[in-house]
Design a protein around this ligand. Structure first.
Ligand SMILES: NC(=O)c1ccc[n+]([C@@H]2O[C@H](COP(=O)([O-])OP(=O)(O)OC[C@H]3O[C@@H](n4cnc5c(N)ncnc54)[C@H](OP(=O)(O)O)[C@@H]3O)[C@@H](O)[C@H]2O)c1
Length: 238
């Protein structure tokens, strides 16, 4: 039997790419989901796909993750509706622009940090409050293999992800006495709308979702800290 069946899972960035594939996969495993995204049209499409596949429509909301107020309201709704929070998956992420550090626009930098670093921090903090009260829980942060090397023009994106990487490592230690597991996931290139153009040589979103579900299904005495995986074409990256 799947570890995921019946679990209360909050997933961000569920309207596209990896998050959408994950929402569909977790729903098919019998998870009780609360999902958020930004685009109402894409959310409607996800809900349609879930119900067409025979799943129950999840609690859902669309809002900009730059708003702390909206994040807090969504977490409270999710906790009230699902009755608890077993797993938080911080998946939403954005790369608004690629630019050398010497040309990064401040508004782009702020917008990227808001989604890639500040929003997951708020979700982690609030999840800790809910999970520590029960003495159990699992927080999964989708980082990027970009954290692991220094790629020109990727400064703003990498700064947000590397910041979240640091926060995740510290959070893992702080969570351990409270029975909360913290997993950092570092996917390599994935063929999603995140990319400016299709990359069929990269991993499919469904394959990445499958890898994450496999990790959630590990035996209870195995605590996954870090998971790095890439498409074959990136095998030579450091
Ligand atoms: N694709 C890759 O090669 C790759 C590699 C490594 C790591 N990652 C990471 O994997 C995660 C998923 O990426 P993906 O490839 O699936 O990207 P994607 O297809 O572009 O999906 C990103 C998700 O984040 C949501 N989002 C973005 N900005 C938001 C905002 N301001 N407020 C609320 N939601 C927002 C999007 O919502 P809407 O679509 O509704 O706007 C969407 O659901 C991200 O954290 C990304 O950094 C991706």
């Amino acid at each position: 039997m799947s570890n995921i069946s019946g679990k209360a899972i909050l997933l961000t960035g569920a309207t596209s790419g990896i998050g959408r594939a994950l929402a569909l996969r977790l729903s098919s495993e019998g998870a009780r989901l609360a999902v958020c995204g930004r685009s109402p049209e894409k959310m409607a499409s996800l809900l349609d796909a879930i119900t067409t596949a025979g799943g129950r429509p999840p609690l859902h909301a669309t809002f900009d993750l730059a708003s702390e107020q909206e994040i807090l309201a969504f977490i409270e709704r999710a906790n009230a509706d699902l009755g608890c929070l077993d797993i938080l998956i911080n998946n939403a992420g954005v790369n608004i622009t690629k630019a050398p550090v010497s040309e990064i626009q401040t508004d782009h930098f702020d917008a990227m940090l808001a989604v890639n670093l500040r929003a997951p921090m708020i979700f982690m903090r609030e999840a800790f409050r809910l999970m520590s009260a029960r003495g159990e829980g699992h927080v999964v942060n989708i980082l990027s293999s970009a954290c692991l090397y220094s790629n020109e023009t990727m400064g703003a994106y990498t700064a947000g992800k590397a910041g979240l990487d640091a926060l995740t490592r510290i959070f893992r230690k702080e969570c351990q006495p409270h029975g909360i597991r913290v997993t950092a996931i570092y996917p390599g290139g994935t063929n999603t709308p995140f990319r400016a153009k299709p990359r069929p040589d990269y991993m499919a979103a469904e394959s990445v979702a499958e890898a994450i579900v496999g990790l959630l299904n590990l035996p209870g005495d195995v605590v996954p800290h870090e998971f790095v995986f890439r498409p074959e074409v990136e095998v030579n990256y450091p």
